[in-house]
Design a protein around this ligand. Structure first.
Ligand SMILES: Cc1ncc(COP(=O)(O)O)c(C=O)c1O
Length: 392
């Protein structure tokens, strides 16, 4: 039988990292020592009290049935408490908070519940790929908002043509940003909320790196803007904040109508988290937060190792104040960042991500993840430096 995929998904390509994985396995099979600075999966574990909360909940006999779709009341309450403590934002637990099985699920599903074929979705370029893939499956038209170095990698709303803005239904934003590491001041979110209000556009702000900050920087939530809930939903996640990427705990907060749509959709799609994971997630959100400072200092030290080397060998970059990434323009003598990353991997075993994977404005850039210990990172930088000098 010849299987013909649905038209909706015909254009979906395998996730870049799935293909990279195959290439890396082949190189490892021929004995190469690979250092992976490509994906953004935290290498450090969550604090012990969180793991202990999981273990003790897992020992209880009443914790093994289905959990409540969209997260237990107490997990949603813990997210609401976190928003109050961290951002001074009040959330109604029943109407404005929805637990997600990792935020990626909600990011993808948002387009499915909101967007009809032909609707316009405003997508940053470069961006985390799920925004555009979700829109593509919903058969939306995408309008790219370039994130350029000269604008601090913030979209310029004044460049969006009036007719596009009028027809747009959804706009994606993400700060602290993946892949650029850029941050946005609250005044930018104020401007975004005004723009969305004028044109009746829903803002989806994706904020998983909001607590991965350096140099004493504190990132804001879009919900701190007055009346933001009228036009915005924010996605957040335990993956990066608490080093819990594999646990799959995220949240959507904000606009009640959107939360309701996502809740109904989810109730038909999944059967929630493992209850002990929800119990441990509550502990992460409500327990001691001081360890995050030490963890951020670890990333900051790694960041400094990377930026020092990159600047030394001719890359152009800003020092990121947040996120897990260094985003840098490759030296002029290299023309293409895909070729650059391929050659670097084959010659040295150091795997980094070409910027163009995140959109055409990422051409000429690379992204380096900070999710490996300082010794291995220094070794990767040593190899990169040597290779660049040799290829001069
Ligand atoms: C910008 C951005 N949003 C969302 C996610 C996914 O997070 P989660 O693990 O909560 O699905 C990632 C993961 O790398 C990301 O970089």
């Amino acid at each position: 039988m010849k299987i013909k995929p649905a038209k909706r998904i015909e254009k979906i390509k395998p996730y870049f990292f799935a293909d990279l994985e195959k290439k890396i396995i082949n190189l490892e099979n021929i004995g190469m020592d690979i250092i992976r600075l490509d994906m953004g999966s935290p290498d450090l574990p969550p604090e012990n009290f969180i793991i202990e909360a999981l273990a003790s909940a897992a020992k209880r006999s009443d914790m093994h049935g289905y959990g409540q779709s969209g997260g237990s009341h107490s997990l949603r309450g813990a997210f609401a408490q976190y928003y109050k403590t961290r951002f001074n934002v009040e959330l109604e637990i029943e109407k404005e908070v929805l637990g997600l099985i990792g935020s990626k699920e909600g990011l993808f599903n948002l387009s499915q519940v909101l967007v009809d074929p032909g609707d316009i979705v405003l997508v940053p370029d470069p961006c985390y790929p799920v925004y555009s893939v979700g829109a593509m499956v919903a058969q939306a038209k995408m309008y790219n908002m370039p994130l350029l170095a000269e604008n601090g990698f913030l979209p310029d709303f004044t460049k969006i043509p009036e007719d596009v803005a009028r027809k747009a239904k959804l706009m994606w934003l993400n700060y602290p940003n993946n892949p650029t590491g850029a941050v946005a001041p609250l005044s930018f979110f104020e401007e975004a909320v005004r723009f969305a209000g004028t044109y009746n556009i829903l803002i989806a702000h994706d904020a998983p790196y909001v607590d991965v900050c350096f140099d004493n920087y504190i990132a804001p939530s879009i919900l701190q803007v007055e009346n933001a809930k009228d036009v915005a939903v924010e996605f957040n996640s335990l993956s990066k904040t608490y080093n819990m990427a594999g646990w799959r705990v995220g949240v959507a907060v904000g606009n009640q109508d959107i939360i309701k749509l996502l809740r109904i959709y989810k109730s038909q799609m999944d059967s929630s988290h493992f209850k002990p994971i929800m119990a441990a997630a509550e502990n992460a959100l409500l327990g001691d937060q001081s360890w995050l400072n030490d963890r951020n200092n670890v990333y900051q030290h790694r960041r400094d190792i990377v930026i020092e080397t990159l600047r030394d060998v001719g890359f152009t970059l800003d020092t990121p104040k947040a996120s897990l990434y260094v985003w840098a323009k490759i030296p002029k003598k290299f023309k293409d960042s895909i070729q650059f990353c391929n050659h670097l991997l084959n010659a040295t075993g150091v795997s980094i991500t070409p910027g163009v994977v995140y959109g055409k404005s990422g051409a000429g850039y690379i992204r380096i993840s900070l999710v490996i210990n300082a010794d291995r990172l220094s070794e990767a930088m040593r190899r990169l430096k040597l290779w660049i000098k040799e290829s001069a």
